[in-house]
Design a binder for this molecule. Structure first.
Ligand SMILES: Cc1ncc(C[n+]2csc(CCOP(=O)(O)OP(=O)(O)O)c2C)c(N)n1
Length: 360
């Protein structure tokens, strides 16, 4: 048994501002009511996109896709808490966060398609390409943040990782190294309770992920990851502190993966439906909706309008995706190196010539 059961949950209490019933239990902080309506509309759109991506895999249009359903508040809170000059270092499940930083949503489809454009992240978004090697991005995040520090840039970085990744050696090396070098980084764990079929209690003996910060001499925080208001305020505050040289920090955003691990997974084989139903009640979108309805900032017409706008945005995203599929396959060579090596340039020429032959 862990020592002093209960004490860590007391030491790292769950930070909440909007409770499960959509009642404000803290300050709105950096967000305003109208801004929350926009965030609600974004969440609805992202949920519809996520569902659509799932269907595209079933239709054979894309390959494996990892849905973020249920994690919208954690991801938008993390992304919108950062400043324009800060950086996001994401995983394969963070399309909502990437989108909020300015990466077009079709990048999630490019990634699932293996389309070469998946690595061509718009530079101004300050987002790394999505990482699928579990936890590797924590080290990249430390390297990036260290470079920001060495260059004296007034910028911070936030690296996301899952509860499963929290057990990986890379994460521990990254936290130790990052802490020793005082890098301006937020380690942001999206604790969605499952690493494919491995539940949190089989993942670690510690009560919380946040408490691991103690071992590395960092400050750690546990935040309700389904509470957008709490997450965005916490990240905003920590990013500011990180820019002042007080980092790194560890944040555990307690959330839940409402969908399957990926389109290649069937969670009914390993988790109980009553657990899923419990977390459905805490759905971040419903929570925000309840708050906005209660404040008179949203009504049935507003909800219907959000759905309509979501549909249009998702259609526009799919259209851009389809157009990219029509592109010359030689785009494969465009986004790996700024300048092709002579060998790659030769390969490209052979590829183009062969493609022409096949066409005729
Ligand atoms: C180094 C490495 N080992 C194993 C895998 C296979 N794998 C893909 S996702 C995953 C579970 C990750 O769980 P978690 O970190 O909790 O993130 P989540 O998928 O729940 O967002 C594993 C083991 C991998 N991609 N990389």
């Amino acid at each position: 048994m862990p020592m002093q059961a209960g004490s860590m949950e007391e030491q790292f209490p769950l930070i909440q501002r909007l409770n499960e019933d959509g009642e404000l239990v803290g300050e709105l902080g950096i967000v305003d009511e109208q801004g929350l309506v926009d965030v609600y509309r974004s969440m609805v759109m992202l949920r519809r996109f996520d569902e659509r991506a799932w269907n595209l895999q079933r239709q054979g249009v894309i390959g494996t896709y990892a849905p973020f359903k249920g994690q919208e508040a954690a991801q938008l809170g993390a992304a919108y808490g950062l400043g324009a000059r800060d950086w996001l270092v994401p995983t394969y499940r963070d399309w909502a966060a990437c989108w909020a930083r300015g990466v077009p949503l079709e990048h999630g489809l490019f990634f699932a398609k293996g389309h070469p454009r998946m690595g061509a992240v718009p530079e101004e978004a300050r987002v790394f390409p999505a990482q699928v090697v579990i936890a590797a991005q924590t080290l990249h995040g430390v390297g990036l943040a260290w470079s920001l520090k060495l260059r004296r840039e007034a910028a911070a970085a936030l690296v996301t990782f899952g509860d499963g990744a929290a057990s990986q050696g890379d994460t521990h090396e990254a936290m130790n190294f990052g802490s020793v070098f005082g890098v301006p980084l937020i380690f942001f764990c999206e604790n969605n309770h499952w690493a494919i079929s491995v539940p949190l209690e089989r993942q670690m003996r510690s009560e919380t992920v946040a408490q691991r910060a103690l071992a590395y001499g960092m400050e750690g925080f546990r935040v309700d990851g389904n509470d957008y208001v709490a997450v965005v305020n916490l990240v905003h505050d920590l990013a500011e502190r990180a820019r002042r040289g007080e980092g790194p920090f560890l944040v555990e955003a307690v959330t839940y993966r409402l969908g399957a691990h990926t389109t290649a997974d069937d969670p009914t084989k390993y988790r109980a439906s009553d657990e899923e139903q419990r977390w459905e009640q805490r759905d971040p979108i419903r929570r925000l909706e309840r708050f906005l309805l209660g404040r008179g900032l949203l009504d049935d017409a507003g909800i219907a309008e959000a759905e309509e706008a979501a549909l249009q945005e998702v259609e526009a995203t799919l259209e851009r995706f389809r157009q990219a599929l029509e592109e010359d396959p030689a785009v494969l060579f465009d986004h790996v190196y700024a300048e092709l090596t002579p060998q790659l340039a030769a390969q490209r020429d052979r590829f183009v010539a062969r493609a022409k032959e096949v066409e005729h």
